[in-house]
Design a binder for this molecule. Structure first.
Ligand code: ASN
Length: 332
């Protein structure tokens, strides 16, 4: 018998039409879940008092989720978090880092169409999430969506129009749900050590999406003038940037102040590979940290997690380089 805790935070899945557009309807979704009842599984449902469109998610919401999961950790075999799709990959990434030495499944799901819609994808997603949350060997935060189970800190929302809303472009799925569930246990992480939750703390993390023209210099000048704790620059291809003096000065100045400047690729797939092109070297020499094939969502969560622990600047830079939750592919 698996005992699950289902935390319902909001999202389209439990929404209904209102004059202003789709909005969450309290009480609706927990009652609907009864339709998924089956032998061998029981669950408690907690509906959050403020059901949100996930575009409104804040660090305070993440703190509550992490705290709720941590408080209930010993009492349940697995967890399902029902969430809007817009920031689902951000939340799944935050949970993946915050829940250290996780040894139970935490499955995040939602849908593109509300459960009340005749063609809703929510039923399948919920059923798959519950199935995954009953797997005792799955020690991961994962997203169940459109018949895939994806590592949370590898997943991205890639489509706002089709049911195939999520993908993990640089990592193979943890499972595929067909007539039979096909669990790729070779991909599953093995937890060891005592479970511990690290509450994410608000941090000043900025990001910039490089555009041809004056943007590189503007970003550099802004970095030199502002004092964020971290900044993500979405560069071209394998991590390339123009050799722009203001950009490099800004990155150098910020890095010397202890700011973590992370270089991620703008590409949907592939990695920052320092040295693949000469055009990737100056940014690295100025102090930027390569993000490899990490998603922006995972990079944000990793930065938040590391910045929440009061580490020194060298310790932060060292921890950044490690693969902590299977979020990045490291070169051998
Ligand atoms: N705007 C919605 C949300 O993220 C989208 C969805 O859930 N499909 O809450």
């Amino acid at each position: 018998m698996s005992k699950l805790l289902i935390l319902y935070t909001g999202g389209t899945i439990g929404m209904a039409p209102t004059p202003a557009g789709l909005a969450p309807v309290p009480g609706y979704l927990p009652a609907q879940l009864q339709r998924l009842a089956r032998e061998g599984v029981s669950w408690d449902v907690v509906e959050y008092p403020q059901l949100i469109d996930s575009s409104a998610i804040t660090v305070a919401d993440w703190q509550k989720l992490v705290a709720d999961l941590a408080a209930a950790y010993e009492r349940y075999d697995g967890f399902v978090v029902i969430h809007g799709t817009d920031t689902m990959a951000y939340t799944a990434s935050v949970l993946a880092f915050a829940l250290e030495n996780l040894a139970k499944p935490v499955i995040v799901t939602g849908s593109q169409l509300p459960l009340g819609h005749p063609r809703s994808d929510g039923w399948g997603n919920l059923a798959d999430a519950i199935e995954a949350a009953c797997q005792p060997a799955l020690h991961e935060v994962a997203i169940a969506f459109n018949r895939l189970l994806l590592r949370g800190c590898r997943a991205r929302k890639v489509d706002a129009a089709s049911f195939a809303g999520f993908d993990s472009p640089n990592a193979t799925p943890l499972a595929r749900f067909g007539i039979h569930a096909s669990w790729d246990t070779t991909q599953w992480r093995r937890g060891s050590g005592a479970f511990r939750a690290v509450l994410p703390q608000p941090a000043s993390i900025r990001s910039g999406f490089l555009l041809p023209g004056s943007m590189a210099a503007d970003f550099g000048r802004w970095l030199a003038a502002d004092t964020p704790q971290a900044a993500i620059l979405h560069s071209y291809g394998n991590g390339n940037t123009p050799d722009d003096a203001a950009l490099l000065d800004g990155v150098r100045t910020a890095s010397e102040r202890g700011c973590l400047v992370v270089n991620l690729t703008q590409c949907g797939k592939g990695a920052v590979e320092v040295g693949a092109y000469a055009a990737s070297q100056p940014l690295a020499q100025a102090g930027a940290l390569a993000g490899g094939d990490m998603t922006p969502e995972a990079a944000n969560a990793k930065l938040l997690y590391l910045l929440s622990q009061g580490l020194s600047a060298p310790a932060l830079r060292q921890a950044w380089a490690a693969n902590l939750r299977g979020e990045v592919t490291l070169a051998d």
